[in-house]
Write a protein that binds this ligand. Structure first.
Ligand code: CTP
Length: 402
């Protein structure tokens, strides 16, 4: 997994070198990005030597007197598409303010805006700056946007004062990185069955009914569960995504095929997550020959498909059952009634009318509705992060169901 690590201008910048090493010990690949101020404290050469990667310091290249160029900017922006996480350590009050206000004056701030990957900041600064209402407000803004914060520690500060503001320990930052990226073992020994993608219902040998599901949410769930040590079974409708490493991948086309695959594998599963956008209706008969153009109107007769989630809900055992809801109105009401009707323990609901939610996006904005009445709205997050938040709740439900 690839981490972009932003180093900003504070005395603690020297600790970033040790942090890079510890992240590499965990097999993360690290691309360091330094602000101009950071370079007053440490040289890019230190990080280049540690990572084996050129350190990004300027938006348009132009480092060490070389001319600025567009390729360099394009290459740098490509970093935003490739990374799994953006970590900023140490993060100054200045960078927190820039992130909070959406400024894009240098490479690091541009990367923050251009990337959909999760973000962790580890602030370090003078105690008065840390406690200032402006810094508090900026952090609050970032938190509500889903940015993770590793709070600084109390102690002696380089400015001679004592108080909160010292960069968190390397261990605490590495632990947070592992947690956010879902690199942990809390699902080991558990089998998680995930369905993903659309289904196709044949009209004739060349035509079918389907929907716009890309499968990204389901594949993110499968990947997240696998990273957390689960044995993953992924039952997938037709999508253009590579099968996640290590998962049992079962490709299906129709609702009936998906139903059979789920029925076969559900008895061995501890958790079933129905992220697939299953077709609710199918043609009453799939014509054996291609339908020819005829007459003025053509009426297709449809019948309901079997509800796979509801069937599982009727014979649930101790399995945790998670359903999805894509709604355009009355999100809470529809999700709660869906949960009750289908016997699910949790519904992951998204309002597909919101920008950055739903089909084919890399991000999602969901609310988790739980059996016990709790309602957890999540900010706009990458689908992998949504997956990890869903799995966090699943784990709690597993503990309750024993
Ligand atoms: N689902 C299923 N089998 C179906 C249809 C849906 O297992 N035949 C599952 C989906 O995978 C999803 C959940 O049920 O987890 C919600 O699906 P949705 O189609 O939104 O629910 P419906 O009950 O059909 O409600 P409505 O169409 O009124 O929104």
């Amino acid at each position: 997994m690839k981490i972009a690590m932003g180093v900003t201008g504070g005395v603690a910048a020297y600790k970033a070198a040790e942090l890079v090493r510890r992240l590499q010990d965990k097999k993360f690949s690290v691309q360091v990005v330094m602000t101009r101020a950071a370079r007053e404290f440490v040289t890019p050469l230190t990080f280049a030597a540690l990572t084996g990667n050129k350190v990004i310091t300027e938006m348009f290249g132009g480092e060490n007197g070389a001319p600025a160029n567009l390729e360099s900017a394009i290459e740098h922006i490509a970093v935003a598409q490739r990374i799994d996480l953006l970590l900023v350590a140490p993060a100054t009050a200045d960078i927190l303010a820039s992130f909070a206000h959406g400024e894009a004056g240098d490479f690091l701030t541009t990367l923050y805006l251009a990337s959909t990957a999760p973000v962790i900041v580890a602030p370090a600064m003078n105690v008065n700056m840390w406690e200032h209402p402006a810094t508090r407000a900026n952090l609050e803004t970032l938190r509500t946007r889903g940015v993770h914060v590793v709070d600084p520690e109390e102690g002696y500060l380089a400015c001679g004062m004592t108080g909160a503001g010292r960069l968190a320990s390397t261990e605490a930052i590495v632990e947070k990185v592992c947690h956010v990226l879902g690199v942990r073992d809390d699902f080991s020994g558990q089998t998680v069955l995930v369905t993903a993608g659309p289904t196709r219902e044949d009209i004739d040998p060349v035509r079918f009914l389907t929907n716009r599901s890309s499968g990204k949410m389901g594949y993110a769930l499968a990947e997240a569960a696998a990273r957390r040590g689960a044995h993953v079974v992924l039952v997938s409708g037709p999508v253009h995504l590579p099968a996640p490493e290590g998962a049992d991948w079962i490709p299906v086309r129709t609702t009936e095929e998906m139903r059979q695959a789920v029925r076969d594998r559900a008895p061995g599963a501890d958790v079933v997550i129905m992220a697939a956008a299953v077709s609710d209706y199918r043609p009453t008969e799939a014509r054996p020959q291609k339908l020819k153009r005829q007459g003025e109107r053509l009426v297709l007769e449809l019948e309901p498909t079997p509800d796979i989630l509801a069937e599982l809900g009727r014979d649930k055992g101790r399995r945790v059952l998670v359903g999805f809801a894509a709604e355009t109105e009355h999100l809470a009401e529809n999700s709660r009634s869906k949960m009750a009707r289908k016997g699910a323990d949790m519904i992951v609901a998204n309002d597909v009318t919101q920008q950055g939610a739903g089909f084919d996006a890399d991000t999602n904005i969901v609310t988790l509705f739980l059996r016990d009445g709790r309602e957890i709205p999540l900010p706009k997050l990458s689908k992998l992060e949504v997956a990890n938040r869903v799995l966090d709740q699943v784990l709690q439900l597993r503990k309750i169901s024993g």
